[in-house]
Design a protein around this ligand. Structure first.
Ligand code: ACO
Ligand code: PYR
Length: 538
């Protein structure tokens, strides 16, 4: 089996993603996660280009992977020894250094404004300087594919200059991301045929045509033995080839699984889902549900026919086992569901129902009818469980809401500043007792948190015998969607709640009125919590 090397550039090209700015501490955490996965190289950034990257390299974590500093070839008209950019990169003290250089005559002339021979000399001298300093040198051949189309001999002479000067790897970069997979394969083959060995050849692609992963695989098929990519496909413009997709593909799919091996162990592979989601958490962005292998929908079987077969044998609708990548199977309830989804969902919730219970058909009918009205149960499992318990005649009556009222007032305060104040009154009956709670929605700084928050505070303020069960409960997310249009428009609210025991659950409410929809979801959230805590109704 041949060795394929994985080179991660999340901390460098990934940081070129619009809206992404890592701190040095975040870079350290990400580098440690990459090391757990088992990549061979971690490109930590460009030391000297900005204080964050310099700080990161000043106390870079010890990793099994080779920590790599990134920079560019020296400028013309000065020696490599006197080039301050190269000096900054070398000062990071990493075992490997990757420098980017031009290989397309158009860029040499337009962007650098130097001759083709001067550019070759810059590549040669820069790489030789890195090697003389005892570093493993990599050369990122910028715009290689476009350069090859324009002047193949010149593009190849740039690679040869780097190799002759001692580069361990020359990396073919599809910098603008416009080359399609078949052409990437052909050009990579031509490069190897011209004498550049595949085990010194890397590939670096961008996703501007949605083909970065396919282009990378095409280069590997042609013989390249290093791949560059990023976690979750972060990167300049549309992103880089996603290592989160490439790693499972290389380890689980033929012909790669049988022919190539990487430094990623089965444990590393099974950490991929967790690490992908942790990266999104660091970036404060929602993970892509449909991300291959690691998305929350990657193994979600919504359609009834799929769920039915999955329950008999998961291989019927899954190309790989979700656990291998640390992901899990989900069988959501929705208007696409049949009895198989339903039974699987109920079993997961610990609700036992015999196969021939007529309530199963009723539950399905109610789900489909309510989804037609705007409800969505595939993202609101707790409300689905309450609905099922009601149809099974097992729903307990904890409290009845007699009425509620919310007011939002906009006025000036004592010093003339405009403020808004939301206030809610909720009246509930528990057993024979009538209880009235009033709450304002103010946070610690005196800011109004809105009518839904006021309602929540009021509901949760005094629920008599149940109070101790909801004291540790809080709202963590609130999503609103207008479903339908015109006079039939309804508002769907999904609320995520959590408690001190680590439970997290979602409930849904639908109404033409956003406050009413929110209130329905809030009441469901409390009822679900009381059931989950095994509370007996007063
Ligand atoms: C394809 C890629 O993604 S490569 C990675 C690109 N990453 C980045 O650019 C992020 C980090 N970059 C930076 O912080 C800054 O651009 C720095 C610190 C590197 C340079 O900043 P400045 O000195 O202000 O230059 P500026 O960014 O305006 O322009 C780049 C200069 O490098 C030159 N240059 C570009 N590529 C190369 C190269 N491979 N070799 C030598 N010089 C190069 C350009 O011609 C330009 O020179 P000029 O100012 O004489 O016209
Ligand atoms: C080096 C690099 O990031 C590129 O050419 O895309």
């Amino acid at each position: 089996m041949e060795r394929l090397f994985l080179y991660d550039t999340t901390l460098r090209d990934g940081q070129q993603t619009q809206g992404v700015q890592f701190s040095a501490a975040e870079k350290t955490e990400i580098a440690q996660m990459l090391d757990q996965i088992g990549v061979d190289y971690i490109e930590g950034g460009w030391p000297g280009a900005n204080p964050t990257d310099s700080d990161f390299f000043a106390s870079a974590p010890a990793t099994r992977a080779t920590m790599t500093a990134f920079g560019m070839t020296k400028r013309a008209g000065r020696s490599a020894e006197n080039d301050e950019v190269l000096a900054g990169v070398l000062n990071a003290g990493t075992g490997a250094v990757c420098i980017v250089g031009k290989t397309h005559p158009f860029h040499v002339r337009e962007a650098l404004g130097i001759t083709l021979e001067e550019n070759l000399e810059n590549i040669r001298a820069s790489v030789a300087h890195l090697v003389a300093q005892g570093r493993e040198a990599l050369f990122d051949a910028e715009h290689f594919f476009d350069g090859f189309e324009d002047d193949a001999d010149y593009a190849l002479s740039c690679l040869q200059a780097a190799l002759v000067a001692g580069a361990r790897w020359v990396v073919l970069c599809d910098t603008n991301g416009g080359t399609l997979p078949e052409r990437v394969g052909e050009i990579t083959r031509a490069v190897i045929a011209a004498g550049i060995p595949g085990d010194h050849l890397g590939i670096h692609t961008h996703d501007d045509t949605g083909n970065a992963v396919a282009c990378t695989l095409a280069a590997v098929d042609a013989g390249a033995r290093q791949i560059q990519g990023t976690l979750n496909g972060l990167g300049e413009r549309c992103g880089n080839a996603s290592l989160t997709t490439l790693i499972p593909t290389l380890l689980l799919k033929e012909p790669y699984r049988a022919r190539l091996h990487t430094g990623v162990s089965p444990e590393g592979l099974s950490s991929l889902t967790r690490i992908s989601r942790r990266l999104d958490e660091i970036l404060n962005r929602a993970p892509s549900r449909s991300a291959p292998y690691v998305g929350t929908s990657a193994f979600a079987h919504k359609a009834g026919l799929h769920a039915s077969a999955i329950l008999k044998n998961p291989a019927t609708y899954e190309h790989v086992e979700p656990a291998v990548i640390g992901n899990e199977r989900v069988i959501p309830m929705s208007n696409q569901a049949g009895q198989s989804n339903l039974r699987a969902r109920l079993a997961e919730a610990g609700i036992e129902v015999s196969r021939d219970d007529p309530a199963l058909a009723r539950i399905l009918d109610v789900v489909k009818m309510r989804e037609d009205q705007g409800y969505a149960y595939d993202g609101a499992q707790a409300s689905f469980e309450l609905l099922a318990l009601a149809e099974l005649g097992r729903m307990q009556r904890f409290f009845d809401v007699e009425r509620y009222r919310v007011t939002v007032e906009r006025r000036r305060n004592a010093i003339g500043k405009r403020i808004s104040v939301s206030e809610a009154v909720v009246v509930v009956r528990i057993g024979g007792e009538r209880m009235l709670s009033v709450s304002e929605s103010m946070d610690d700084e005196g800011q109004d948190r809105g009518p839904v928050n006021a309602l929540w505070r009021s509901l949760a303020k005094d629920l008599g015998p149940y109070q101790s069960h909801i004291d540790d409960m809080h709202l963590v997310d609130f999503r609103v969607r207008i479903t339908g249009g015109g006079t039939d428009a309804a508002t769907r609210v999904i609320i995520d709640s959590a408690d001190g025991r680590g439970n997290r659950w979602s409930t849904v409410g639908v109404s033409p009125n956003i406050v009413d929809a929110s209130f329905e979801a809030l009441v469901d959230a409390i009822r679900w919590k009381l059931i989950r805590d095994g509370v007996t109704p007063a």
